[in-house]
Design a protein around this ligand. Structure first.
Ligand code: SAH
Ligand code: SF4
Length: 344
């Protein structure tokens, strides 16, 4: 039995089976989520005999770090391996000027959405992660660094709204067991309309981010095949319904690709499209991760685009490369982003 991912209630039931007190469950819970130990032997306030008894039926984790890469700016990328040999990326982002420690987590092994610019999509879809596999990513970071994660973004590999049940259960555990407030958690989607509706019904305080990347159907479908199934106008309506239901602002993510969707006329079209949507906008300069014809925009084109969008009265931020901004595109931190490499 794996202890990581068990709630306090579940641990209390286990303790009752072992004829131990509820207080033991609290202690173990604290070792898992606050102290973030990786073995039962490290739970030093449990008696040696009890630890031995517990070890006969349980272990803390079955997840390993396969590769760890540390960037100059403190960003750490882990390749996490599950018992069946499948791996996902998880990233720790930290910033000199903020106390926040953000984990960027994956929700699936691979992704079926297959956006043309995305390295994950190119590899195809393997399987969903269980909620325990999702939370193991955050525990992996905490165990390895000894730090406590304060913020979570579902911006690693996979489409969270195509694995919503596990994502919602993981949200619950992040909230109740890790004590990470719902407002400190962001879920990014390529625009899965039924998932947006279900998410709206949950009426959570977490932020929904939509990967828009284009202001119209023709341009968007060239980047995202999902546009054929869930077209932009219907996605917009689903977001409006979400905003009305939850009262929350959404975040619009927009990858800037040189000469494709970063021109002044596209900026104006996007400003018009977003006029009646309660949102903040996050511009993401394209990051060359795979062989294709896309190029990064120039700095002056990024600034021009930002300026034109700001005319719409929206808050516009630019996501810096190398994890220097709070929403750094993880799962995509490759190439130049990671200078120092430690292969474990
Ligand atoms: N599947 C979800 C969440 C994971 S992707 C989604 O698409 O929203 C997280 C973010 O990284 C998305 O906004 C995605 O568009 C962005 N991204 C993917 N490939 C990128 C690349 N090559 N350069 C910059 N951002 C990228
Ligand atoms: Fe999947 Fe998101 Fe990558 Fe698109 S950008 S292929 S939805 S992970």
């Amino acid at each position: 039995m794996i202890l990581a991912g068990m709630t306090l209630d579940e641990l209390e039931i286990l303790m009752a089976e072992l004829k131990a007190t509820k207080f033991r469950a609290k202690q173990i819970h604290n070792w898992i989520y606050v102290q973030s130990v990786s073995s039962i032997d490290e739970m030093t306030n449990l008696s040696k005999d009890f630890r031995e008894e517990l070890k006969k039926i349980a272990q803390v984790t079955d997840t390993k770090i396969k590769v760890k890469q540390v960037s100059k700016d403190g960003t750490i990328k882990y390749l996490v391996e599950y018992p069946d040999g499948e791996c996902v990326e998880t990233v720790l982002m930290r910033f000199d000027n903020r106390a926040n420690l953000t984990a960027c987590v994956s929700s699936q092994v691979g992704c079926a959405v297959n956006c043309s610019f995305c390295a994950t999509g190119k590899g195809g879809f393997k399987r969903n992660l269980t909620y325990k596999e999702i939370i193991e990513q955050v525990l992996t970071i905490q165990r390895d660094t000894g730090l406590k994660i304060t913020n979570i973004v579902f911006m690693g590999q996979g489409e969270p709204l195509l694995n919503l049940d596990n994502v919602l259960k993981a949200l619950d555990i992040f909230n109740n067991d890790f004590q990470i407030g719902q407002r400190r958690i962001t879920i990014s989607t390529s625009g899965i309309i039924p998932g947006i509706k279900k998410f709206a019904d949950k009426d959570l305080q977490s932020t929904l981010a939509i990967s828009l990347h284009a202001p119209n159907h023709e341009l968007r479908k060239q980047l995202m095949p999902i546009e054929e199934k869930y077209p932009i106008d219907k996605v917009k309506q689903a977001l409006k319904d979400y905003i009305e239901k939850t009262g929350r602002r959404v975040t619009v993510e927009y990858i800037l690709i040189h000469g494709f969707n970063d021109t002044p006329s596209v900026a104006k079209e996007l400003a018009y499209f977003l006029q009646d949507l309660k949102c903040n906008i996050n511009l993401i300069p394209y990051n060359s991760v795979i062989e294709n014809d896309y190029k990064k925009p120039s700095n002056s084109d990024i600034m021009k685009f930002k300026y034109l969008l700001e005319h719409s009265g929206k808050k516009v931020t630019v996501r810096l490369e190398r994890g220097a901004d709070i929403d750094a595109a993880c799962g995509q931190l490759r190439g130049n982003a990671l200078k120092k490499v430690e292969n474990l």
